[in-house]
Design a protein around this ligand. Structure first.
Ligand SMILES: *Cc1c(COP(=O)(O)O)cnc(C)c1O
Length: 250
C-alpha cells in the first residue's frame, strides 16, 4: 500500500469536508453537527500523525488489539506534534469480543459497537474498575443481514425485544449511552443504503420517547461510499477511511 503523504491526506480531507458541507447545506444542517471520524485501521501511525497535523482529532480503529498497539506509538511519536496538549479522541468502531472488554475500555473514548448486553455489562464493570464513565453507542442491525453484528432491529417485533432488553442499561453507572450506530450493507449505489440510515434515525426518534433516560443524540452511520447519504438522513458521526487515506484492501 503506498504511503499517503501529508499533502494527499490534507487535500483528501479538504475534499471530504467540502462534501460534508454541501450535504449539510442541502438538508439545512450545520457543519458542526457532523463529526468526521478518520478510520485508521491498517494504516501506519505515521499516517495517523499526518492526519493529526491536518487537524483531525477523531480517529477510529476497528480492532481492539490494533488500537492497543498503535495508541502508545502515536503518543510517543506525536510528542513533537504536542499531541498530549491536544489529544485526539479514539473511537472503537469494530466488533468487540467480550473477553477484550477491559482493553477496549482502556483504549477507547467512545465505543460505537456495543451490540449485546453481555458486552455492555463487561464494559460497565471495567469502566467502573477504572473509575470512568465510558460513552457508548448501541450497534443496531437494521438491515437484517445475517452477517451483521448488533442488536437485531430490522422490524418492529425485533425492536420491541431490543427496547425491553436494554432497560438494564439505565442502571449501569459507568456507561453513558449516547446514541446508535449501524453498518449499512455494502452496495454499489449509496441510494440503496438510504432506507437503512433512515430506519436508524426513526428508531432513534422512538427511543427518545420510550427511553428518555438518554437523549440518544448521536447517530454513527456512513462510510466512504455513502457518508453523504448518511448525513442527509441525520448522521452526527461519519466513519471515513479510504476517502482520507487512499485505497485499502480490508
Ligand atoms: C473500515 C470501517 C469504516 C470505514 O470504511 P471506508 O470505506 O474506508 O470509509 C467505517 N466503519 C467501520 C465499522 C469500519 O470497519
Amino acid at each position: 500500500m503506498p504511503e499517503q503523504a501529508t499533502s494527499d491526506i490534507g487535500s483528501n480531507l479538504a475534499a471530504v469536508d467540502e462534501q460534508i458541507r454541501a450535504a449539510c447545506s442541502r438538508c439545512g444542517r450545520e457543519r458542526e453537527e457532523v463529526t468526521l471520524v478518520a478510520v485508521t485501521k491498517t494504516r501506519p501511525v505515521a499516517q495517523i500523525l499526518n492526519a493529526y497535523a491536518c487537524g483531525v482529532r477523531d480517529f477510529g480503529e476497528n480492532r481492539v488489539e490494533e488500537a492497543e498497539e498503535k495508541r502508545p506509538i502515536f503518543d510517543e511519536e506525536g510528542a513533537g506534534h504536542h499531541v498530549a496538549a491536544d489529544p485526539p479522541r479514539w473511537h472503537m468502531i469494530g466488533h468487540v469480543q467480550s473477553r477484550k472488554a477491559a482493553t477496549a475500555v482502556a483504549v477507547s473514548d467512545l465505543v460505537h459497537s456495543v451490540g449485546s448486553m453481555r458486552l455492555a455489562r463487561r464494559l460497565d464493570r471495567f469502566a467502573g474498575e477504572e473509575q470512568r464513565i465510558l460513552p457508548v453507542l448501541l450497534e443496531l442491525n437494521v438491515s437484517g443481514e445475517e452477517s451483521k453484528y448488533g442488536f437485531p432491529a430490522a422490524d418492529d417485533q425485533a425492536l420491541k425485544v431490543f427496547v425491553d432488553e436494554i432497560e438494564e442499561l439505565q442502571e449501569m453507572e459507568h456507561l453513558a449511552v449516547r446514541g446508535l450506530m449501524t453498518m449499512a450493507p455494502i452496495v454499489p449505489d449509496a441510494e440503496i443504503a438510504r432506507p437503512v440510515f433512515r430506519r436508524l434515525r426513526e428508531v432513534r426518534d422512538r427511543l427518545r420517547e420510550r427511553l428518555p433516560w438518554s437523549d440518544w443524540s448521536e447517530l454513527s452511520m456512513g462510510m466512504t461510499d455513502d457518508y453523504v447519504v448518511a448525513i442527509e438522513e441525520g448522521a452526527t458521526i461519519i466513519r471515513v477511511g479510504r476517502a482520507i487515506f487512499g485505497p485499502a484492501d480490508y
